[in-house]
Ligand binder design. Structure first.
Ligand code: GLC
Length: 450
């Protein structure tokens, strides 16, 4: 079997199966990669300061992911090199055609802010091996190739100018580096490749001021021991004591990274669901499978309900411009958040969840009912075990009448048409922390004899 197929199958992991089980977003065009969590129980670097380092990020809830590299010029998805088995000698020259407009990153950052995002994570090096930053370790970098400038520096400055936190994505897997595959079986190659990898990470952690997130990706073909991941994270925390680090270098890290699906972590562990707006992370000209603003808003709500973050991707073109479809959707999401921000940020994990036309978030004794399929003049919740004290429409602040018995609460006198697009939110004050038990309704519902 050709090497690329073996590798691809291996990388596919369980992502597709999990996606199907979750019934979530569309299947990604590229393999969904399952991060291998370490099984060690010994404390990892940074563990003692984790909660404190994570606090801003958990409050931030919503961030922008950006996939940008040579693949953005080619326009055939960021896995193009491997998925079409393009030889390095044929692929690498495209880096000379990469000419993003100065100021593109500023436009991304402005859009992120408009969309209600609080942080950004950009690819500094993806699997293709091209470095978007100035490095002494390879000439295959943005300064020496087409852009002629340090794109990471421009990105960092743009994000900061808009008051957004800064994250670096870094792919451990490298399809171009001569040792990138052979390091699995040749110890001298492993040593060289690990030094190269740690060296690049060191440059990233040293040359750009305070960095808020390090987002590793794909630890093929080495184990965490092979990557010397503990030593690498130790260096990262020495250089950036307040940074947060994900789990894709084989260690547990600070947070989990469900990909293309939303699955809440348990036991208080932090998590962030990352997702594409169509089916590609890097620009793919032919991919027209765009998610609607309704889907995106519903996903933000689902993340908030489970106490997680949502990292939503844009794949700019080689000239740095963002596909119009994603600009449009992100603006709609931002408009919705202007009214509804407090209903999805700084919220608690929320137990109620059963409705065929709504989802829920909670803060203390307040329940937010987010109606995505507006049914008409009343909406109802089955099995709400907490007494409702009052309710209002978030959009207008208008009070809403309601009637409640032991099985249901009905909010009445509502407009026939949905008051807000794409989701209308009701703010419901309860006597206690809201809980729902539809099983109670099923068992006890009055059943007159026939
Ligand atoms: C997968 C893909 C990659 C993408 C990443 C984002 O690992 O290989 O292309 O960057 O997911 O989570």
């Amino acid at each position: 079997m050709p090497n690329s197929l073996t590798r691809r199958n291996m990388l596919k992991g369980t992502g597709a199966a999990m996606l199907a089980a979750a019934g979530a977003a569309a299947l990604p065009a590229a393999p969904a990669l399952a991060a291998q969590a370490s099984t060690t129980t010994a404390p990892e670097p940074g563990e003692s300061t984790r909660a404190q380092r994570l606090a801003w990020w958990q409050a931030a809830r919503f961030g922008m992911f950006i996939h940008f590299g040579t693949y953005s010029v080619i326009g055939r998805h960021e896995w193009n090199m491997e998925e079409e088995a393009v030889p390095v000698v044929e692929y690498a020259p495209h880096a000379k055609e990469f000419h993003p407009h100065p100021g593109s990153q500023r436009a991304w950052a402005k859009l992120a802010k408009q969309a209600g995002m609080k942080y950004m994570v950009m690819t500094t090096k993806h699997h293709e091996g091209f470095c978007n930053f100035d490095t002494k370790l390879t000439d295959y970098n943005a300064v020496k190739q087409g852009p002629g400038r340090d794109l990471v520096r421009e990105y960092v400055e743009a994000a900061r100018a808009e008051g957004l936190r800064v994250g670096f994505y870094y792919s451990l897997m490298d399809w171009r580096h001569p040792d990138g595959a052979i390091c699995a079986t040749d110890e001298a190659a492993r040593k060289r490749f690990v030094e190269y990898t740690h060296g690049l990470v060191r440059e990233l952690m040293t040359n750009y001021g305070k960095i808020d997130i390090l987002w590793y990706d794909v630890d093929w073909p080495l184990t965490p021991e092979g990557w010397e991941s503990e030593r690498m994270n130790k260096m990262v925390f020495e250089l950036q004591p307040e940074i947060i680090v994900n789990n894709r270098n084989g260690l547990k890290g600070d947070f989990s990274t469900p990909e293309q699906h939303i699955t809440a972590e348990t036991g208080g562990r932090a998590w962030e669901s990352c997702m594409t707006m169509n089916d590609s992370w890097g620009y793919q000209a032919g991919d027209d499978n765009w998610k609607s603003s309704k889907t995106i808003v519903r996903n933000i709500i689902t993340c908030a309900k489970g106490g997680g973050n949502y990292l939503l991707n844009i794949g700019p073109k080689g000239d740095g411009s963002i596909p119009e479809e994603s600009v449009h959707v992100l603006r709609e999401v931002g408009e919705w958040l202007q009214v509804n921000d407090h209903t999805v940020r700084d919220t608690d994990i929320c137990q109620p969840g059963s409705s065929v036309y709504a989802n829920f978030t909670c803060r203390g004794k307040t329940l937010y009912m987010h109606v995505h399929y507006w049914p008409g003049e009343y909406v109802a919740i089955s099995g709400l075990m907490t007494k409702v004290k009052s309710a209002m429409l978030v959009l207008t602040g208008q009070p809403i009448n309601f009637v409640q018995d032991e099985f249901r609460v009905r909010f009445t006198g509502l407009p026939i048409e949905a008051p807000q697009y794409p989701v209308t939110t009701l703010e419901i004050e309860c006597e206690d922390i809201p809980t729902q038990d539809t099983g109670f309704v099923r068992k006890n519902h009055l059943r007159p004899s026939v």
